[in-house]
Design a protein around this ligand. Sequence first.
Ligand code: FAD
Length: 367
Amino acid sequence: MPDTINIIGAGPAGGYSAYLLAKEGYKVNLFEENSGIGRPVQCTGIVTGAFADIMDVKDEFLINKVDTARIHAPNGNSVDFRLDRENLVICRTSFDRYVAAMASEAGAEVLHSHKLEALDERELGIRDGSRELRKFPRGILIGADGPNSAVARLTGISGKRRFWYGAQATIRGKFEKNVFEVYLGSIATNFFAWSVPENEHYSRIGLAVESEPNAHFRKLLVKLGIKESDVADYQGGLIPMYNPSVRTQIGSTYLVGDAALQVKATTGGGIIQGLIAAEALAHSIKNGVDYEKEWRKRLGRDLYTSYWIRKVFNKFTDNDYNMLLSIVGKERIRKLIEHHDREFPSKLLLSLLFREPRFLYFAKALF
Ligand SMILES: Cc1cc2nc3c(=O)[nH]c(=O)nc-3n(C[C@H](O)[C@H](O)[C@H](O)COP(=O)(O)OP(=O)(O)OC[C@H]3O[C@@H](n4cnc5c(N)ncnc54)[C@H](O)[C@@H]3O)c2cc1C
């Protein structure tokens, strides 16, 4: 067996990597800077049905299931899409803790209140709960430490990063439990706003933008007629923008999950991508296979397609979104979309272009 594997960050990508590697018999340390795993919550927690292909869906972290996506155009029109596979709404605190417990049961040592602050070729400098900077042999190092990855920064692996700023609140009200909603257009320029119900009484409502998230969020609340007194609590966080030329490995140092920018640029979803990348990473370490190649084989095409779709959407005006919704609202196009998993958009895009030449109108946004 080689050196100890040190994983920085006990989010889904780090916890799952720790589980997979410990299961293979490696000695694994999983370092988490916070005293409690899964807090603070910086996520909406909606995942497609593809999640169940990777993990057992447990009641301890499942909050809700939704079977309809309602997409709103800026002009107020909306289209409902029935989802072939229900989407799941999970509690990130419980889920992250569940995955860390899997890692621990498989033999990984989970160290809370341990923050990576420094590293050199031989050692890691980790600040522990007593505020002492402890040294650990570097071993194999995995940065699963989220969008602002210290491992990426301290090693210089991946260069300049760009982010969306997410702002979200849990809102009290009356909601359709099985419907999640998406608001397109200038309400959240270059991204979108959302409402993801936990049940009939609470929904996670938010948006992501490239600047001034709080000002945009206030406007969203006004648009949706939500009063300050309806807000149960606020959350927020960074969504890293995927960059196809990102590097994720130097020697025996690896990045995974948000730290590696493995996030869909269309939706900002990164939970499933982090889990799939963790599988690629564990496979690569175990079999001596090139990690960059391995994760790109599993995720690269769809991350790249999402990246291009986002580039196109970023050129859309509110009128373009109005027109798009009027086209996709047509029965045969809607059905086609309903039968595709949005986790993997590349096939869908081709089918849409073949079936509806009017989509070529939007090709103007490519230039
Ligand atoms: C507002 C918002 C809504 C989102 N909604 C969704 C959604 O609905 N569905 C979806 O799929 N994705 C969503 N995402 C994205 C999703 O949250 C991330 O893709 C996912 O959390 C990435 O998992 P990860 O394990 O790579 O990183 P993280 O979950 O960020 O975990 C990183 C961990 O590393 C720890 N850490 C950081 N630095 C250090 C350090 N120096 N030392 C030790 N520990 C450290 C952190 O405390 C954290 O626990 C959303 C993101 C935001 C901001």
